[in-house]
Structure formats: structure tokens, C-alpha cells
Design a protein around this ligand. Sequence first.
Ligand SMILES: [Zn+2]
Length: 412
Amino acid sequence: MVGMFYLLYYNPEPIVFKFGGKEIKTYIPILTGVSFLAGVIFSFLLQLFSIISDWTYNTFMKWKTAKERKAMRLLSSAKEAFERGDVEEALRIVKECVELKSSSPDVAIFLAKLKMATNSIEEAIKILKDEISKENPSLEAVLLYLDLSLKEELPDAIEIGRKKLSKDSRSPFLLRAMARACDRYHLHDEAIEYQKRLLKIEGWDRETERGFYAYLLFRSGEEKLNSGDEEGIKLIKKSMDFLPYFTPAVNELIKIYVKNGDVKKAKGLAEEAFSKNQSHFILLSLEKELLDANMPAEAIEFYNELYERVNDPALRFLTARLLLKLEMIEPAEEILREIPQELAETTPFRYLSAVLSSRKGDITYGYRVMENIIENGCFSMWRCKVCKWKGSAYTPICPNCRGVDSIRMEVV
Ligand SMILES: [Zn+2]
């Protein structure tokens, strides 16, 4: 290289040499020297550049990994604080995480969960919307958003779920969440499709999911019937293959039997279903159909006959309640007189006593009892078998644990 440099610097004259007797003048050795030199300088610069950029990249990655590691450490201590029940502390730690500008979706998801726990639903939605608008959002963010869409008005959750499902078509969690969200937004057929796919996946909680599949079939059948499509009844019957004696399905059949004048069949089904699943809502449904068809005596007879076979205090309540409704004061009074003292002191029976005394003209007693009932949190006779949720009406899905057909009447 030094030789070439010398050549270029001190001898800019062309080189002369002889070839086959001819004298040749040429600059080629000089040009070769120049280009060689340029090549060497260029490759040297290239090396230097690559060393510098490697160093920069490594330093950045080290800094970034350290930052991510710190963020993950903070996140797990925030989760611990949350499990201890210290939501304030958890929020404080997660804010530190966010300040580190960690790119992990876990931080955003946990922050959204905390916002939900502190009832800042709007903020939780905003955080999740940012997360799910990414090209391939994390499964957990999509699941949480779908879950929120059951309580809040978030119909765009369906589209987001569909997109995720196109990439992750065999995730049981996603199928399950999509079936529930589609049901919420009245997309019955799509909900049934996802639930059917979920049931085909091995090792999944079959019983609960079969129950939910029954509920979806029922919902679709009910909608068909309401719009005048008789095919709906097939779906309602099919729902009972997946959840035997599913309360709303049984009720729908009872309604049809009574309408067709087949009271015996309706009563038989009600009794059979009640003996299997103890769902008092079936009895109430039969009562309503019989009263609508102007057959109150049939309803009273049904209760009395059933009580002879099943010793259930709730049956006494239903009978006395029906008698009072029909203004049959004396037989109602007889039932209330016969029940044991501890039962008479329960809210449902005290309510009946109040109605009875006001029917008989003693309004003060009735008024006092009603006031007491209202002060004690009204009338919650319906209780979830699974999570113990209490409410004033039957619902096919528990509003708290979302169990299917888990609500039963309780006289306590
Ligand atoms: Zn429940």
C-alpha cells in the first residue's frame, strides 16, 4: 500500500516499458494503485462502521432488556399487592411500570384489570382498545375485551375476536369467549358455531360448556318461535339433549302443551322435570299457563298433589300464594296456620301473612310487615346454586357466575 502511495505521489509520469520491441507508455499501474488504495480505505471505513453499530445495538439491547426486566419485576410485585387486596399499592407500582415505557402487553392488561377492579371502566376500555388495535394483539387482551363486552356496550369486540380467531382458530378460551359475546349481541348462529367447535376440543370442561350450548340452542329456537318460525321448537327440544330438563326449554314445551289443550301432558312434564332438577320456575310457568287458559283449579290441584309426594316448603309457599291471588282466603289461611313456626318467620311466608291480613281488612299488620321486608333488602327468593347470588327473579344464566340454569327458589 505504501509502495502504491509512493508511486502516486512521487511519480505521476506514465510508466514506460518495452513489449515485443515496442515502447509502451501507460498509467495502468498508477490507476491500479489508486483504486487499490481507495478499496482499502473504503473497507476500513466499513469495518469501523460495523464495529460502531454493533456496539450501539448491543448497548441499546442491554439497556432495553434491563428495563424490561425491571418492568417485569415491578409487574409481579404489583400482582402480589393486588392479591393481598391492596389495589392502591398495585396501581402505584403499575404506574412506575408504565413510566418505564415497557412494551410488554402484560403491563397494559394488568393495568386494565386494576381499572376494572376500581370501577374505572372507561379507562380500562381505553387501555384495552390501544392494545387490541395492534397488528397481532395478545390473546389475553382480546379475551379481556370480549369479557368486558358482556357488561358494556362494545359490539366491536366481535370483529376483533373474529380477527384473532382467524390466526388462532383452536384456542378454547377464544372460542368460549366468542360464543358468549356473540350471544350477547344476538348473533345466535355464530355463537352456536363457536360453541360447537369448543365442544369438539378434548380436555375442556365439558359439562359447563354443554350447558351453555343448550342455552344457545334454546335462545336461537326461542327467537325463531317468536318470529313465527315453527322450526324453533326443534332447537328447543335439541337443547335438552345437552342439558336435560333445562328450565326455559321445559317451560316453552309446557306452554305449547297447554295451548294445544293437553293439560295432562303439561302437568306430567312439569312434575317429571321438577323431580329431576328442583326448578320451581317450571312450576310457576305451569301455573301461569293454566291461569292464562282459565284453569285455576288445575293449578291448585297440581300443587296439592305434588306436595303429597314432595315435602318441599317452597311448594306450600307457592300454593298459599296462588290461593291468595285467587282470593281463596280460607284455604290459604289454613296452609299458613299449619306451617311450622320457624318457616312462618321467613320473609316469604311473612309476606303472605301480610297479604292475608290486609285481604281480611287488617291493613296495619300488613303495612308493618311490608315495611320490614323492604328494610331487609326486599324479596330475594332466587339463589344461584353455584355462587350463592341472590335475586328477585329467575334468569337462565346467573348474572354473577354465568352458570347455566343454576338459579333455584329458596324459602329462608
Ligand atoms: Zn351464580
